[in-house]
Design a protein around this ligand. Structure first.
Ligand code: SF4
Length: 212
């Protein structure tokens, strides 16, 4: 443990290892976070079965400190988007993401969550959760195996390890804006597209006036 924490260039005598570490605040902070990332407990489609298998005894997520899957977004650090993201579900997924406290991470598990998968451009399917949420790790596969999910989680741990207290977004002075929740209508509406709609409406009104 102390060897992992110890900063390079500070040699600890062998008899003191496992007892003493000379380290930085960033390293200590990230070491604690990487072994206690709690995923949110929800699944969307077939990929979720592989996610459940990863948490069970054969693969055992607890080896990575991630066995505590939380059913509440208020207590979760990692959103595992495991399965097909339908237009009907995406408002709920964005709302849940907004309810998670920082620091929070998103993993797109499988072809569907990463880009629509076999249902890409289906009338009811979103072509990847990254159209709405900031994805940190993409895991390919249909479905990805539990080993692939574990590899993705390890990549997330590596990413956490490289972050610094000075630059992480959750310690900056300005408030982090919530992501606008998409609206269900005849089709899915992304509130971030409103300025574009207004331009198109104005163009249509001008066109109608010219035709009169
Ligand atoms: S990627 Fe494949 S296994 Fe995963 S949800 Fe889509 S269809 Fe199912």
């Amino acid at each position: 443990m102390s060897e992992e924490l110890n900063a390079k260039g500070y040699e600890i005598p062998p008899e003191m290892r496992n007892m003493v570490a000379v380290t930085t605040l960033d390293k200590l902070y990230n070491w604690g976070r990487r072994y206690s990332a709690w995923p949110m407990m929800f699944g969307l489609a077939c990929c979720a079965i592989e996610m459940i298998a990863t948490a069970a005894s054969r693969f055992d997520l607890s080896r990575f400190g991630m066995e505590i899957m939380r059913p509440s977004p208020r207590q979760a650090d990692v959103m595992l988007v495991s399965g097909t993201v339908t237009k009907k579900m995406v408002p709920q997924i964005v709302r849940l993401y907004n309810q998670m406290p920082e620091p929070k991470y998103v993993i797109a598990m499988g072809a569907c969550a990463s880009g629509g998968g076999p249902f890409k451009e289906g009338y009811n399917v979103v072509s990847g959760i990254d159209k709405f949420l900031p994805v940190d790790v993409y895991i390919p596969g249909c479905p990805p195996t539990p080993q692939a999910l574990l590899y993705g989680l390890m990549k997330l741990q590596e990413m956490m390890e490289k972050q610094s207290i000075k630059t992480v977004r959750w310690y900056q002075k300005e408030d982090l804006p919530a992501i606008p929740v998409p609206i269900l209508g005849p089709d899915l509406i992304d509130p971030r597209d409103f300025p574009e709609f207004q331009v198109k409406l104005a163009q249509a009104a001008d066109q109608a006036q010219v035709e009169e």
